[in-house]
Design a protein. Structure first.
Length: 360
């Protein structure tokens, strides 16, 4: 029997062909001790996976939730071992060969739903999202599974003890591809940190943020508000990206030939791989500016300077840390300093209040 699958970061839904089939499967799985929960359309709706006007197709009587991680792996594998075939539901727009380590068939193109691609004009530039990422950051697209390690290649001979300690995280001998279990752990940490950051943003005072922003901007000679990024093409200098919805700002500097325009577009187009979303630990990591999308940036300030990086850290330090997305101090010497004293002595950490953790 073919069973359709839909997935979000918090739920894995199994769609049976009929109410009777769903009831039988749930009873069998429960009797054998597998975790099965009632299906709720909220996660799919939040992820934008339910097409407009098709909410009625989500029938909880023939759908059940096998959760995520190891529990989902065990339950889905039990279904496969019983002779059932898992196939992606047509609502699912991001298709992979496996879900939680269990193979899922990809339906023919004619049976898939084509994801919409967001387009907009922003700061004078025409921008578009990808099929996986829209133009605003969401929890559903934040911690996408990517099994490929983004870390620099190294070899066992360099540190045999450490290599052997980390061996269970990888499924290949070269330590370049993570296991499904380690990816699930990385994703869980990233989403925990995401929730803590969101609670922190919600606790901030907008008036205090605006006052701090204006004081910092006015401290930098020649800094003006940008309304049209095309006018900053090729201009080197300092810039401040403002994310008003989150009461956050990011200070950057560039001497790239493309100038502040090119650097801003790099932030909007960039993404952090799964193994770099959390820097340090989930309880203190700051969300990277590159995890936010183009429409999250609501204001930009910039100044043309001959020595951009000299002014980056002084400007950054004008902001209270609770309002900043910078993960490291500014300036050209930060990488050199990290190599000398260690990365842990350089990275900035978010000090979440007790109320943030309670909200999370």
């Amino acid at each position: 029997m073919d069973l359709k699958i839909t997935s979000t970061p918090r739920a894995t839904h199994v769609w049976a062909p009929s109410v009777q089939h769903a009831s039988e499967l749930r009873r069998e799985l429960t009797e054998y001790g597998f975790l099965v929960r009632d299906a709720d359309p909220w996660e799919l709706d939040e992820a934008g996976l339910i097409p407009e006007g098709q909410q009625h197709e989500f029938d909880p009587t023939r759908i059940f939730d096998v959760t995520i991680g190891a529990d989902a792996n065990a339950t889905l594998q039990a279904l496969v071992d019983s002779g059932h075939r898992l196939v992606w539901h047509r609502w699912q727009t991001r298709l992979a060969r496996k879900i939680w380590g269990v193979s899922v068939a990809i339906p023919p193109m004619k049976d898939r739903r084509a994801p919409a691609i967001d387009r907009a004009e922003h700061f004078g530039l025409k921008i578009r999202g990808s099929r996986e990422l829209g133009l605003r950051m969401t929890r559903e697209t934040y911690a996408r599974i990517n099994k490929r390690s983004s870390l620099a290649p190294w070899f066992r001979e360099e540190d045999p003890g450490l290599w052997d300690t980390l061996d269970d995280r990888y499924e290949d001998a070269q330590h370049r591809v993570y296991t499904d279990e380690w990816c699930a752990a990385l994703q869980a940490d990233a989403l925990e940190n995401f929730d803590l950051n969101m609670a922190h943003f919600a606790s901030l005072d907008r008036d205090e943020f605006e006052q701090a922003l204006q004081l910092a901007v006015k401290s930098q000679r020649g800094m003006v508000e940008v309304t049209d990024l095309t006018q900053w093409d090729g201009v080197r200098g300092l810039y401040v990206m403002v994310l008003d919805e989150y009461c956050q700002a990011y200070v950057g500097a560039t001497d790239h030939p493309g100038g502040i325009t090119a650097r801003t577009k790099q932030h909007w187009a960039g993404t952090k791989p799964l193994d770099r979303l959390v820097w340090g630990d989930p309880e203190t990591s700051i969300i990277s500016i590159d995890s936010f999308r183009a429409l999250d940036t609501t204001r930009i300030f910039a100044a043309k300077t001959a020595r951009s990086f000299d002014g980056e850290n002084p400007l950054l330090e004008k902001f209270p840390p609770e309002f900043m997305l910078n993960r490291v101090p500014g300036g050209r010497d930060v990488a050199k300093r990290a190599a000398i004293v260690g990365v842990n002595q350089v990275i900035k950490r978010r000090e979440f209040l007790a109320s943030d953790a309670q909200t999370n």
